[in-house]
Design a protein. Structure first.
Length: 348
């Protein structure tokens, strides 16, 4: 008969499970606070070496924090403006698709009437019902999009503010952390903070490499298909994937429209859709987990689990932010003999 585990071990396992459930519950309920705060820490860790360098050059502490943040905001605002202007310019070409869409629809009607015996009146009725259903779905999707945009505006305001305050009060935050640790552990704590900053740098490098690979794959596929401006459209689609759901749809519409107008054949557009779908699946399940996991020294299985878990709790933001968090957990576990097994489980 198998020997049962000691009662103390069972209680410990139950306590750990309860703690995990409580943590997940807190993360889900507090996501409106934790998401901008997590992004702010990510930006703070990235800008900290720049701020420190400026302070060593004799620049005022506040100005050394303010200037990098302003330059970063100007860069992203300018890039966003150019991106929106480019999209609006090319979306005007959608008007040229109306006669082509009507032509395809008429061809489908004739094919169904001749081969399946469906009357034009019945097809028109089915088409109208589909349009009504699509309209309701589009309304629900637009409502969700408006809600997402409002959250993005809120995060866009709060993240720079949080980042500025974190960098401004970084010494106070470190001193507060020191009070939770004995004197002999403070050197180790400083090493952990330094390694955390390095991990976030590695995460950003991994993300940049992912976008570079995806943009290259998009461009190669579009060039083979024969789309105009394949490099521009390919890297634009790669960058726009940062915007969840909506980004990839907008990025796909541009080359789809361009090849349909250029070649007057729907099959080129179908080829673009298939290639983009293939690259997206490749990026989500292979490129992103492998590249980012290699940068953070975390195995691909854990990266995939954290992407799914982050998406369940925090949406698209969680799919990004949970990965450096698990890297921090691995870093802390590697410093504790009792938690060494967690570090080994997460490692690659």
């Amino acid at each position: 008969m198998a020997q049962l585990p000691p009662t103390s071990k069972i209680k410990s396992a139950v306590t750990i499970l309860e703690g995990l459930v409580l943590l997940v519950f807190i993360l889900y309920l507090g996501k409106s606070l934790f998401i901008p705060l997590a992004f702010a820490f990510l930006i703070s860790f990235m800008l900290y070496p720049v701020c420190l360098w400026m302070e060593h050059k004799g620049i005022n502490h506040t100005i050394a924090i303010f200037l990098p943040l302003v330059f970063m905001l100007i860069f992203f605002t300018g890039a966003g403006y150019l991106l929106v202007a480019f999209l609006l310019e090319h979306l005007q070409e959608m008007d040229n698709l109306k006669p082509k869409l009507l032509e395809v629809l008429q061809s489908v009607h004739l094919f169904l009437a001749e081969n399946l015996g469906l009357s034009i009146e019945l097809q028109n009725e089915i088409t109208q019902n589909l349009i009504n259903s699509a309209g309701n779905s589009l309304y629900n999707a637009s409502s969700g999009t408006v809600s997402s945009l409002s959250k993005m505006v809120f995060f866009g305001i709060m993240v720079p503010i949080f980042s500025f305050l974190i960098l401004l009060h970084r010494n106070k935050l470190m001193n507060t952390l020191y009070h939770f640790f004995p004197n002999e552990s403070r050197i180790s704590l400083r090493e952990i903070v330094t390694d955390t900053i390095q991990s976030y740098y590695n995460f950003v490098k991994g993300m940049a490499l992912v976008y570079l690979i995806v943009g290259t794959l998009n461009s190669i596929g579009l060039a083979i298909i024969g789309a105009p401006n394949p490099i521009l459209f390919g890297f634009l689609a790669s960058i726009l994937t940062f915007i969840p759901y909506v980004g990839i749809m907008i990025a796909s519409l541009l080359p789809i429209t361009a090849v349909w107008i250029a070649y007057d054949s729907v099959w080129y557009s179908v080829a673009v859709i298939c290639w983009f779908a293939f690259v997206q699946i490749l990026e989500a399940y292979l490129i992103f987990p492998y590249i980012v996991g290699k940068q953070l020294k975390i195995n691909t299985l854990i990266i995939l689990v954290m992407i799914i878990l982050g998406g369940m709790l925090w949406g698209a933001a969680g799919m990004i932010l949970f990965i450096p968090m698990i890297s921090l957990l691995k870093l802390l576990a590697s410093r504790s003999p009792k938690l060494k097994f967690i570090s080994e489980l997460l490692g690659n």
